[in-house]
Ligand binder design. Structure first.
Ligand SMILES: *[C@@H]1O[C@H](CO)[C@@H](O)[C@H](O)[C@H]1NC(C)=O
Ligand SMILES: *[C@@H]1O[C@H](CO)[C@@H](O)[C@H](O)[C@H]1NC(C)=O
Ligand SMILES: *[C@@H]1O[C@H](CO)[C@@H](O)[C@H](O)[C@H]1NC(C)=O
Ligand SMILES: *[C@@H]1O[C@H](CO)[C@@H](O)[C@H](O)[C@H]1NC(C)=O
Ligand SMILES: *[C@@H]1O[C@H](CO)[C@@H](O)[C@H](O)[C@H]1NC(C)=O
Length: 436
């Protein structure tokens, strides 16, 4: 009895040692009503409803679920308009509001670098900036969640503290939650969680959702020796720029627990701020090299759906070589867990990243799931005026538009630009990945 309790409360790594000798993972019996269970690392307790206090998220009555991705807003960062940072913040918030009007999404996912912490001079300044950015969502009552980036671990902020701010300013709308203790690397890597999207609004909590949204935290940024603007040049304790290996163990356990509970795992859409190394290999290796767009390649023939140039990809490809996680495949453990573990038994619609503001393409990756499907990789689109930026890159939001009838196989993806233009519309499915 005590051994069980200890086993279920220890960290994932240790919990592996608590397996019975026949090799089966220790497993607590499932209760009839699983709503309200809390996640714990290494616990074999299933968490079928991680949001007992928040509204259930679902496809609408027409069977549609539209998700808008905002990315790299870099609030407080006036490098494009140093004379007036408040203008930059206000313009970014106005841009966010314009995308909500244009697209009416059911959910928003922010893909990281919400703020530029290095430009902050106090915690209240950070909180005000986060509030300004998310106010259009709060006004429109749109649920959202976040994975944070390298600039979100800096002066007066960590990934965990920014999640706390979200829950304070939008207690009924923020679905961002902290990774269980021992998973992800602490406050600078806390954004490891999944969000269930049910098929209908009256679905039973804890039953099999139609779609899972995963946030996986790529950490990075700096830990401060001391907090404060004066420490700006003395704060260089760098944090590893890749998803912590503990996340791989958690992914395997969580996804196999969920598969056991639901029979089959729902399809997934996966967000990580810094792109994984497959983005680099796609950008650099044949047959994709120099064929995945870029400003000079934004010709009509390079847009998806145009069979006259099936081997070219649309999309801005200005950050080349792009910056990816780690420098030697340190991101492989979580990618293996995703593709070879239970998540890979269902459709992985895309691995979505930001970080490289000059890129906005989707392409097939070198990663194949246990189901034998090639995993698509997608850049988000840089949103708002903060951070490095060039006029001709434009700004925007990447949209994933799901339909309940096709959610097991495909999703319609496109970018809505600040100029209003809708571009790169693509149906991401396995046929698309193989044709290219
Ligand atoms: C800075 O922007 C704010 C908000 O738009 C505006 O009220 C203010 O006049 C601007 N200040 C300067 C110096 O341009
Ligand atoms: C931080 O910067 C803002 C805007 O420049 C300023 O109003 C505020 O007084 C500063 N706060 C501190 C603690 O220095
Ligand atoms: C959140 O929802 C609860 C329960 O419906 C309600 O009592 C509370 O006022 C809401 N809070 C906000 C900030 O909207
Ligand atoms: C397809 O590509 C060809 C060759 O670049 C171009 O002439 C044509 O206009 C494109 N069609 C569409 C629908 O974009
Ligand atoms: C996760 O599971 C996959 C599939 O069984 C396995 O290949 C991988 O090594 C596991 N990763 C970890 C960190 O346990």
């Amino acid at each position: 009895m005590y051994a069980r309790l200890i086993c279920t409360s220890l960290l994932s790594l240790v919990a592996l040692l608590c397996r019975p000798t026949d090799g089966r993972p220790f497993q607590a019996p499932l209760p009839r009503d699983v709503s309200g269970w809390e996640t714990a690392a290494g616990s074999s307790n299933l968490v079928a409803d991680p949001y007992p206090r928040l509204p259930l998220l679902s496809f609408d009555e027409k069977g549609k679920f539209k998700l808008a991705v905002f990315s790299d807003t870099h609030m407080l960062d006036g490098q494009t308009n140093p004379a007036n940072v408040s203008n930059v913040n206000a313009a970014t918030a106005a841009e966010v509001a314009s995308y909500l009007r244009a697209e009416s999404p059911n959910y928003v996912f922010h893909n990281g670098d919400v703020v530029s912490g290095e430009a902050a001079n106090g915690t209240s300044v950070v909180e005000a900036a986060v509030k300004q950015l998310f106010t259009p969502l709060i006004k429109a009552k749109i649920p959202f969640s976040t994975t944070h980036g390298n600039h979100d671990n800096d002066n007066y902020c960590t990934h965990a503290s920014l999640g706390d701010i979200e829950r304070r300013i939008a207690p009924n709308l923020s679905y961002t939650r902290r990774a269980p203790a021992g998973v992800g690397g602490g406050d600078v890597g806390s954004d490891n969680y999944w969000v269930p999207i049910y098929s209908r609004s009256n679905a039973k909590r804890g039953s099999r959702p139609a779609l899972l949204i995963w946030s996986l935290d790529s950490r990075s940024g700096k830990t401060l020796k001391e907090q404060g603007a004066l420490q700006l040049h003395f704060r260089n304790t760098q944090i590893d720029s890749f998803v912590d290996p503990s996340v791989a163990i958690w992914l395997n356990r969580t996804s196999s627990d969920l598969q056991r509970a639901w029979g089959t795992l729902p399809p997934s859409l996966i967000f990580t701020h810094i792109p994984n190394h497959y983005f680099s290999s796609t950008q650099n290796a044949d047959p994709y090299q120099d064929k995945i767009g870029g400003i000079t390649d934004e010709r009509p023939g390079n847009f998806p759906g145009n069979d006259s140039s099936p081997k070219t990809f649309s999309g801005l490809n200005e950050d080349k070589p792009l910056a990816n996680q780690g420098d030697a495949g340190q991101d492989q453990p979580y990618l293996t867990a995703l593709s070879r573990g239970s998540t890979g038994t269902s459709r992985i619609h895309a691995l979505v990243s930001g970080h490289d503001h000059g890129n906005d393409w989707c392409a097939p990756s070198g990663l194949t799931t246990i189901k034998g499907e090639i995993v698509p990789i997608c850049f988000a689109k840089k949103t708002g005026d903060g951070g490095y930026d060039y006029d001709n890159w434009n700004h925007g939001t990447r949209i994933f538009d799901f339909d309940l009838r096709t959610v097991e196989q495909s999703v319609n993806a496109y970018i809505r630009l600040k100029t209003g233009e809708k571009r790169y519309e693509t149906r991401l499915d396995d046929t698309w990945s193989r044709k290219l």
